[in-house]
Design a binder for this molecule. Structure first.
Ligand SMILES: [Zn+2]
Length: 377
C-alpha cells in the first residue's frame, strides 16, 4: 500500500493591496530577491512592490520575461540568479513566468516565490513546472522536492486583470475535483508520488463547491474591476485550493486531454483553462457520469464563457486526424490518463472528444444558451 503524501507552499497570502506586503514576507526568506516579470505586468505592479521593498531596505532587481515556460527561458533566469548572486527568485505574472521561475530557482539552488497577477491557473502553489516548446506544445513535467516558499496574490490586481484570465482560472480549477475524485477511486498516485490523503481530496471538493457558488458573481466583480467576497472566494479556489487539490489529490483525464490538445495547432492561442475545460467535459463523458452532472457542467461553463464544443477551440467533428493525434498524446504513459480507475484507450478518448459537439449544442439549445462560435484568433 502506498503512503499518502500532501504538499503545500510554506505560506499563502491573499487580499487587497497584498503587493505592498511582498517585501516584508520576502525579507523573512532572503536578502537579495530577483523579480521576474514581463513588460506588460511590471508597470502595473512596480509602484506597490517598490513601496514595500523600500520599507524593508530591499533593492528592487527585476528581469524581463517573454514567451512560454521553455528550457531556454529557464536557463536564462538561472544564469541571471547565479551571475548576480540572488538568494530568492520571484515570479510576478501568469503561468509561463511561474513555471519558468520554479524550474530556474530549483536549478540555481535558491528559494522560489510566486506572485500571480491573475487567478488564471493552478500553477502558483505547486512543486512542479510544465515545460513547453517555443511553439507552445507540451514537452514535459518537472518535479521539485519543495513547493514555493511564498505565494502572494493581490486581489485588487486580479480585479483589474482581463476577465478572461479569471474565466480561464475557473476552467482550470473546475477540473480539480473530477480529477482528484477519479484518482482517489483508482489506485494511481497523486503528483507527489503518493496516494491522495483525505485532506487533498476534501480540498479539491471544496474548490468545486466554491466555484459553483461564487464563480459567476466573481466574473461579474472582475468585469466591474471590484474586489468582493465572491471574488476573494474564487481567487482562493483557483489559486490555493485548485493547486493543493490537483497536486495532492491527483490529475487524471482532464489535464491529460489538455496536454494532448496542445498538439493541435488551432489551440495554441487558447488559455490553459479553456483547454482544460474541454478536458473536464471529455473526462465526465469517458466516466459515463450522470447525464444531469454532464448537462449542468455544460450549462455552467457556457455561462462562464468557457469552451465546451470543438467549434470553440477551432476544430470540427471531421478533423479525425487531429482528434486522433490529440487522443494518442493524451494516453501516453508519461501523462496522467492512467489515474482513471478503468482503462482508457486512444479510441475511447477520440470518441468522447468527438461527441462533445452535438451534446453541448443540444444542451445549450434546450437551455436557451448561445450557439458556439470559435474562440481561436
Ligand atoms: Zn491546470
Amino acid at each position: 500500500m502506498s503512503l499518502k503524501i500532501l504538499g503545500s507552499p510554506s505560506r499563502y497570502v491573499q487580499g487587497k493591496d497584498a503587493l505592498k506586503e511582498l517585501g516584508g514576507h520576502l525579507k523573512k526568506i532572503g536578502q537579495s530577491p530577483l523579480l521576474v516579470a514581463d513588460d506588460t505586468v511590471w508597470p502595473i505592479v512596480e509602484g506597490a512592490i517598490k513601496e514595500g521593498f523600500d520599507a524593508e531596505g530591499l533593492e528592487v532587481a527585476r528581469m524581463s520575461f517573454s514567451g512560454h515556460a521553455t528550457r531556454e527561458n529557464v536557463k536564462a533566469i538561472e544564469e541571471k540568479i547565479k551571475a548576480d548572486g540572488h538568494d530568492i527568485v520571484v515570479a510576478v505574472g501568469g503561468g509561463s513566468v511561474t513555471d519558468s521561475v520554479k524550474a530556474a530557482g530549483y536549478d540555481a539552488g535558491v528559494r522560489f516565490c510566486i506572485v500571480p497577477t491573475a487567478a488564471s491557473s493552478d500553477a502558483p502553489c505547486s512543486a512542479l513546472s510544465v515545460i513547453y516548446t517555443e511553439e507552445g506544445e507540451f514537452l514535459e513535467y518537472r518535479f521539485f522536492p519543495n513547493n514555493p516558499d511564498l505565494v502572494l496574490i493581490d486581489t485588487r490586481v486580479v480585479a483589474n486583470a482581463p476577465v478572461r484570465f479569471l474565466q480561464a482560472g475557473i476552467g482550470d480549477a473546475l477540473a480539480t475535483w473530477p480529477e482528484a475524485r477519479a484518482t482517489n477511486r483508482g489506485t494511481a498516485n497523486n503528483m507527489h508520488g503518493g496516494r491522495p490523503s483525505r485532506t487533498g481530496v476534501a480540498l479539491a471538493e471544496l474548490c468545486w463547491d466554491i466555484l459553483w457558488e461564487y464563480g459567476l458573481a466573481a466574473v461579474d466583480a472582475v468585469r466591474a474591476n471590484t474586489v468582493t467576497p465572491a471574488l476573494e472566494a474564487v481567487v482562493e479556489a483557483n489559486t490555493l485550493l485548485s493547486g493543493l487539490g490537483f497536486e495532492s489529490g491527483g490529475l487524471a483525464a482532464a489535464h491529460a486531454i489538455h496536454n494532448g490538445l496542445t498538439a493541435a495547432p488551432s489551440t495554441h492561442s487558447l488559455t490553459h483553462g479553456q483547454k482544460v475545460n474541454i478536458g473536464t467535459l471529455t473526462q465526465l463523458i469517458l466516466e459515463g457520469a450522470e447525464p444531469e452532472e454532464i448537462e449542468n457542467f455544460i450549462i455552467f461553463t457556457t455561462k462562464l464563457e468557457l469552451p465546451n464544443t470543438l467549434t470553440e477551440i477551432g476544430l470540427t467533428e471531421d478533423d479525425e486526424e487531429i482528434l486522433r493525434a490529440v487522443a494518442e498524446a493524451a494516453c501516453l504513459p508519461s501523462d496522467t490518463m492512467g489515474s482513471m480507475w478503468f482503462e482508457v484507450t486512444p479510441d475511447d478518448v477520440y470518441e468522447a472528444l468527438r461527441s462533445i459537439e452535438q451534446l453541448s449544442r443540444r444542451v445549450r439549445a434546450e437551455n436557451g444558451l448561445p450557439e458556439p462560435t470559435s474562440f481561436v484568433d
